[in-house]
Ligand binder design. Sequence first.
Ligand code: MYA
Length: 425
Amino acid sequence: MEQDKQETQPTVTQEEKKEVQQAQQEVPAENNTLLQTNQWQFWNTQPVPKMDDPFPETSGPIDVIKKPEDIQKDPYNLPAGFEWCNLNLKNQDDLDQLYTLLVENYVEDDDNMFRFDYSREFLRWALSPPGQYEDWLAGVRVTKTKKLVGFISGIPVHMILQKKEEVIKMTEINFLCVNKKLRSKRLAPVLIKEITRRVNIKNMWQAVYTAGVLIPKPISIAQYFHRSLNPKKLIEINFSSLGKNQTMARVQKLYKLPEETTIKGLRPFNKKDAPTVAPMLNKYLEQFDLYHKFSVEDVKHYFAPVDNVIYSYVVESEDKKITDFFSFYCLPSTIINHPKHNQLRAAYSYYHFSTATPLKDLIYNALILAKKYDFDVFNALNLMENTQFLDELLFSPGDGNLHYYLYNWRLSEQFKPSQLGMVLV
Ligand SMILES: CCCCCCCCCCCCCC(=O)SCCNC(=O)CCNC(=O)[C@H](O)C(C)(C)COP(=O)(O)OP(=O)(O)OC[C@H]1O[C@@H](n2cnc3c(N)ncnc32)[C@H](O)[C@@H]1OP(=O)(O)O
């Protein structure tokens, strides 16, 4: 939800910006008491840095690698009446069950007005990348009814940290979810321990994940920014509101976009572009301290356009050379209990690179396309080089933070959002 209720371009001075950036590097003040009581019953047992640990001289793993024979062979015990399952998203019934679990129980905003509604096609796309392991989509079912009540996913990623040459093969964890009726029963730690076991079996010892909640210990804290595309609807659903002295007509005029894109040579990405796009994207990402190194197969999978899932574009020069790239993904939210609207259509800025067209122009064209595809809002995090375009393209800061985490890896520094080169869906 938009934090700034003013539907105008935020007027933030450079100094204020610096302050915000600095604050983001520190643990938020309201969590100081948690920090002192050190109350993390589960997280205190895990190989993650403590909130107040000093930064070491060098980065590296926290726990030693276990010998294969020391990795627990059997799944972790579940409470009586529940059982483990592997989800196969090619199976329509499994896909339907996962969709239903998430659409009814997954992440909501702080005011419980919106809940993510990842579509079935989106889940299939996000959870079936090249090299996926079938037991990394771990579900918990009620033994009697087989109803899916818990889930956690891992996908393989090849990470580069702090500009080192070495690729660290790890897992990206996402979609941790427990049915609302089973909350606060310590099921989440069991899901996390079980996926850890399944990842360790594949001889991988690190993970990357993001969460709205604060747990020990974020490597960085990014912030969401929102660009209105359909201001009338956003105001009607209380996502944003009219500022003082503003009229709906003025706000609509402010956010109006052209019907057609403005960059010559802009066209949808095609799988055939992957061998060119993969090295260019990796080259762009090299400037950041945390990123996933994309293979050609990854690029084909992650960026081949799919309606209502992923939209990707390249800019081609007159001599047919690809110079720039941008993409955004489609993640609607259910609008909880609204008399008129039931879904917020949100586009999220994903990966991009630019060698000829300024980034601001690329994202301006992403906005035009997102509007054309009937999205209500375009969201972006303040990571990578995104602060270059947020102000000028009329994004307003949101009220939620996104914490980035690494499992079993201690960093020698706290990352600023601008050091992050990775977007998790
Ligand atoms: C080497 C490989 C390693 C692989 C694993 C790497 C780690 C992956 C880590 C997971 C990355 C996930 C990335 C995403 O998917 S982030 C999205 C998370 N999902 C949601 O927010 C959906 C709505 N909420 C729920 O479904 C439940 O509230 C969940 C399932 C989140 C917790 O269920 P419940 O509310 O019924 O709680 P509990 O009684 O079972 O358990 C309480 C314990 O769980 C800790 N908790 C709560 N929320 C989170 C959270 N988002 N990440 C990590 N830990 C979390 C909490 O601090 C407490 O521990 P401690 O305070 O006592 O210490």
